[in-house]
Design a protein around this ligand. Structure first.
Ligand SMILES: NC(=O)c1ccc[n+]([C@@H]2O[C@H](COP(=O)([O-])OP(=O)(O)OC[C@H]3O[C@@H](n4cnc5c(N)ncnc54)[C@H](O)[C@@H]3O)[C@@H](O)[C@H]2O)c1
Length: 418
């Protein structure tokens, strides 16, 4: 008997409509779903997936089910679950263990329920499921063929596990596919972070001084979109090369402590902890807005903000107002959880089409490679990445040139020079 735990089964119809709507923007995944329906490459494979429970994830889960997989889902963040989508998936016969706003204890108990499904494949977004398995349920690992990881933070954690000799089975780093991070992290996080902050606050971006902490793939997208709306963007970094890139892309670059005296909206997406710390809150102007779009809410030192505040109130649904001793107010959005999912709907389906096409094809790949991969973190095979890129271009009615025979020979040679 499969178990599930969701907020309200009566939301299923609403969820189904929204899943259909997202599905229209996911043509690559649709092609894979049609093939999976014919070929059943995942027949009978139990899959435990810890992903954001969104309309796009629902389309992925339905694709895997069509391929024959026996999928159970839990959330990869306590605040990212869309309860109507969870209800719809349960109605489609896919157990979901996720309730928006669940506390940490429930969040981990849902991960445990997903693990009790005894997966042969794990799917993770941030590595909470895989690390729970490795810490407390190692007896399950022998059955596992492999797993996939969706995000930068998860890949970092898994590489650290592999480095420490602790990883027990192979993982494919879906995040590292070009058709994932170049688009999902950059354009997806770029657009949906601005969307989340706008929905939470209704601020005007034009003319606003916005500080983006971290100039990786997500930071690049956020900075570009904020600038496109007329914001004056300041970037903070800890690595010289992304900092240089930000400077040459036309942003001001400076230490965060200096940026605190100028900025009005602060957005972190670094994968790091305590990026915005006590000393920074002490420098911010009255009315500063602080949001995180990185995977975990540790990017903002919320306990430090709590300790500085003499009072706190929820002023809008995703906005907490902290009043400091001297009367300055700082507004924390979405409890520091990734704001694009806490206050908006996450990435647009069109970009998740590519991320999740990679996920679906990597599950098929893991099955074909069963027993042949050592415990390590593997890149997405180039053929899968290329295939996803080709299919996406075709779905956008874009054709490109191909190399001539002569060009192919030239590019493969070294003899001809000046
Ligand atoms: N919100 C979402 O939907 C979403 C989507 C994709 C990725 N993510 C998450 O966003 C985070 C960033 O992902 P990415 O792909 O951009 O990573 P990345 O590795 O490409 O970039 C991170 C950047 O942050 C910088 N950085 C680290 N510590 C810093 C600090 N203290 N101050 C300033 N800069 C610092 C690093 O030097 C690096 O350039 C990760 O946690 C990832 O999992 C979130």
């Amino acid at each position: 008997m499969k178990t599930y735990d969701i907020k309200d089964p009566s939301l299923a119809q609403e969820g189904k409509l929204r899943i259909d709507w997202a599905g229209k923007e996911m043509p690559v995944l649709k092609l894979i779903k049609e093939r999976f329906a014919r070929e059943k490459p995942l027949a009978g494979v139990p899959v435990s997936a810890c992903l954001h429970i969104t309309t796009e994830t629902a389309n992925l889960a339905l694709t895997l089910k069509e391929g024959g997989a026996d999928v159970v889902l839990c959330a990869s963040n306590p605040l990212s679950t869309q309860d109507d989508v969870a209800a719809a998936l349960v109605d489609y016969g896919i157990p979901v263990n996720a309730i928006r706003g669940e506390d940490n204890e429930t969040y981990y108990s849902h991960i445990v329920t997903a693990l009790e499904h005894k997966p042969r494949i794990t799917m993770d977004d941030g590595a909470d499921l895989v690390s729970t398995l490795h810490k407390d349920y190692t007896e399950l690992a022998a059955r596992v063929i492999g797993g996939t990881e969706e995000t930068t933070t998860g890949v970092i954690r898994l590489k650290n596990m592999a480095g420490a000799g602790k990883l027990i089975y192979p993982i494919v780093a879906v995040n590292d596919a070009q058709t994932k991070h170049l688009f999902d992290n950059r354009y997806g996080t770029g657009q949906s972070t601005i969307d989340g902050i706008t929905r939470a606050t209704n601020v005007l971006w034009a003319g606003r001084k916005v500080v983006v902490c971290g100039y990786g793939w997500c930071g690049k997208g956020i900075a570009r979109r904020a600038q496109g709306l007329g914001a004056q963007v300041i970037v903070t970094e800890v690595k010289p090369i992304p900092a240089l890139e930000a400077a040459m892309d036309g942003y001001q670059v400076m230490p965060l402590i200096e940026a605190c005296q100028i900025g009005r909206v602060f957005i972190t997406s670094t994968g790091d902890m305590n990026v915005i710390n006590k000393a920074h809150f002490l420098e911010m102007e009255d009315g500063a807005i602080v949001a995180n779009s990185g995977h975990f809410n540790v990017e903002i030192n919320i306990p430090a903000l709590e300790s500085l505040a003499k009072s706190k109130r929820r002023i809008r649904s995703s906005v907490d107002e902290y009043t400091l001793e001297d009367g300055r107010r700082i507004y924390l959005l979405g409890e520091g959880r990734l704001i694009n999912l806490a206050a908006a709907e996450g990435h647009p389906a069109s970009v998740m089409d590519m991320s999740f096409a990679n996920q679906a094809l990597c599950l098929e790949y893991l099955i074909t490679m069963k027993g042949k991969l050592d415990p390590a973190v593997y890149p997405v095979p180039e053929e899968i990445d290329e295939e996803v890129g080709k299919l996406k271009l075709a779905s956008m009615n874009i054709t490109i040139d191909s190399l001539t025979e002569e060009q192919r020979d030239y590019l493969a040679s070294w003899e001809s020079g000046t």
